[in-house]
Design a protein around this ligand. Sequence first.
Ligand SMILES: [Zn+2]
Length: 67
Amino acid sequence: MRDEKLAVNQVRSECAFCRETTVHTVALEQIRTTDGGAVAPENVKFARAPARVSRCDACRVRTVERV
Ligand SMILES: [Zn+2]
């Protein structure tokens, strides 16, 4: 593997899909925790949660972890 410099939002970690250590691009995103249909408008903000989304640069599979 090339020893390329990683950007600040990149980490090397094991990809469950590639089954090897690859570069992942990491971003924090707000994810919906419900399908939205059953949430009262005043509770919509509680139906979103920050998540750490890492995308394998090799296979493009995204992994979402609640934080
Ligand atoms: Zn991968």
